[in-house]
Ligand binder design. Structure first.
Ligand SMILES: [Zn+2]
Length: 265
């Protein structure tokens, strides 16, 4: 049994190694997972790892296999969720609502929802964008673990496990599952979750104004090695006005903010 367990751990590490490559955080609903990674359930700090890497000398966010830690306070607005900090299995926020903003579709479906506080802030953000001539539209907000899992299974069937792991994130590691993230685009729907959005007036407006409403551009240009994701000018994450302004003023990512907090302890 011991040998079998070790073999499983080795396999998990290999799979995680693939997960930690820089991938798209949004990728048109690409978030999902194979199986729940090995985690400990009782870590006191959400940014602590449940285990050290089995590969010696590894550090950093996007190249080295580490076993994700389970996020202990998933309902906190500033929660850090990434490839190393995974939500509790099947986590679902209890206060999801439909923000009263324009989307690229009309159906009242899951991906239109956000947590109440984030939804209210989003309405103000969209209103300001409208007033300043850079109208926005929502593309995809909340995404359940169930949705991610079925999507991932679809990709595995289509392209095989190895390939799917390269373009799809593990379940529980997507910010969209927190109900605090949303992909947006211009109101005409063009460049939805595509690089060309970065060239639009809307993208520049968001860089300049999103923090005023409590949102950050979560996966910034030049920060790929820290966030583990390529630049996504369309992926907004609500963290609250105070923290959004602080991160912007200091020019740091949410990862760097938490690393600094840990170092100070
Ligand atoms: Zn996204």
């Amino acid at each position: 049994m011991e040998a079998l367990n070790m073999s499983k751990i080795g396999m998990t590490t290999m799979l995680l190694s693939a997960f930690l490559l820089v991938t798209s955080g949004c990728s048109h609903d690409n978030h999902s997972m194979v199986k729940e990674p090995i985690t400990e359930k009782d870590k006191p700090v959400q940014t602590e790892r449940s285990n050290t890497s089995s590969i010696e000398g590894t550090t950093g966010a996007n190249q080295n296999p580490v076993v994700p830690a389970t996020v202990m306070k998933p309902n906190e607005i500033p929660v850090l969720v990434n490839k190393e900090n995974i939500l509790p299995d099947n986590y679902k926020p209890s206060d999801l609502v439909y923000p009263d903003v324009r989307f690229t579709f009309t159906e009242k479906i899951e991906k239109r929802m956000m947590r109440k506080e984030a939804a209210a802030a989003l309405e103000l953000l969209f209103q300001a964008a409208d007033e300043q001539g850079v109208p926005l539209a929502g593309v995809s907000a909340y995404r359940s673990q169930k949705t991610q899992t079925s999507l991932f299974n679809h990709y595995v069937e289509k392209d095989g496990l190895e390939a799917a792991l390269l373009y799809s994130a593990t379940p529980g590691t997507s910010e969209h599952q927190t109900g605090l993230a949303i992909d947006v685009t211009s109101s005409d729907g063009s460049c939805a979750a595509e690089d060309c959005f970065g060239e639009t007036d809307q993208a520049q407006w968001l860089i300049d104004n999103a923090p005023t409403y409590g949102f950050i551009i979560r996966y910034e240009e030049g920060k790929e090695s820290i966030t583990g994701y390529k630049y996504e000018p369309w992926h907004l994450r609500y963290v609250g006005k105070k923290l959004a302004q602080e991160l912007t003023d200091r020019g740091i990512t949410l990862e760097e903010y938490y690393q600094a907090s840990l170092a100070a302890k």
